[in-house]
Design a protein. Sequence first.
Length: 428
Amino acid sequence: MTDAPLLALTGRLFDGERLWPHATVLMQGGQVLEVAERLPLSEGIGVLDTGPDGTILPGLVDLHVHARPHYARWFPEAGVTTVRDAGSSLAMLTGLRALAASGEGPRVFGAGTILDGPNSIFRHFGEGVLGEVGDRAAGAWIVRTPGEARAAVDALAVEGVNTVKLYEQLPQDAYAAAVRRAREHDLPVMTDLGMRLTRGLSGAQVDALEALKFGVQTLEHVSGFALAFRRLGFDPTTQFPDEGTLAAFAQAVVEAGTVLVPTLSVYEGVRHDRRADLSGLPQGRRGGAAVDGLREQWNAVHAATSGHRAAPDWDARLAAALTRRVLDLGGQVGAGTDTPASVDNLPGGGLHAELAHLVQQSHLSPLEALRAATGTAGRLLAGRGQPVVGVLRPGAYADALIVEGDPTRDIAALRRLRTVIRAGRVWV
């Protein structure tokens, strides 16, 4: 037994899967003890009641971030209590996990070092970013052969990563070997295969249909489909997939059991000349050196892509279309942002923008969008076990939000945060 105080949340509840008109969530010692419609509470238990206009829901999960210590706190402050870090050096991942353990950042499920081919774009990111297998300071490792792929996955497994990330320029035989080795370690694989916006038609080796057959667990950015479209005999620079092709692509995702993580925010920042107004997002009015640094980065990217709006617009339309079709076929969609990549993609608050994009562009209902950042994300991160994040049920982590309004009807209500609870402790 624990001596930690009990905390009860009462009111309307979205538990990560379904809406309860009224429920009580009882927490203690960082875990959820019980969830019930009516739960007798003894004297001395702390109670947070939503009142008639509030809603309880699980802490949000961003399935695609590139977190750094100097803005790690921004995630829970915006209601994002868990992140899947989609690629960083092993040294950086260690630091992020230490912050999480201290309660000063979100929970971190990490990929660690990205695996890419010798022609990787990371060659241009500065000295030390691209290294040989085993380099803990490198953000990406060079993998040339199936043997190197197996060795790289073995090394990542020893480091305790939660997933393996395969990048766009891995040779096909090395890619397939990495997926097989990851399966032997019971590690899921996430993959970025490139898009029109990036190197999906110029340097990518594996297309989306091939990756799905190999058995990747998540497909990031709806990447690899531009290359698959071209290999079907079409020209992505002048043609867009027709309804039959879109249906075939969506069916392939569903049949593979792969979760689509569209990251519409990546495209939104560079497909338009106009810039996003971040002021309405949680923490969107934040100032300081860290924000100034990100704005400088975003300004440079927006300027550099000013003559290339057509490619990300094509990518965005494809991502939005496939997302809706995958759900219609019974598949799974997870919410991720790729923050702070692209433009105006705010750590933490950006997930709220992503959910709005899913509703507005992919025509998800608010409930479907919420599931993408809660229950679906929790199942994905749980692997073969029971979800411990993204849900409010007995045994789950005591990460929860109370918001003003009902976000299952109006996704914008999610931005009206009243309370953030991380590990049973009131954060804000």
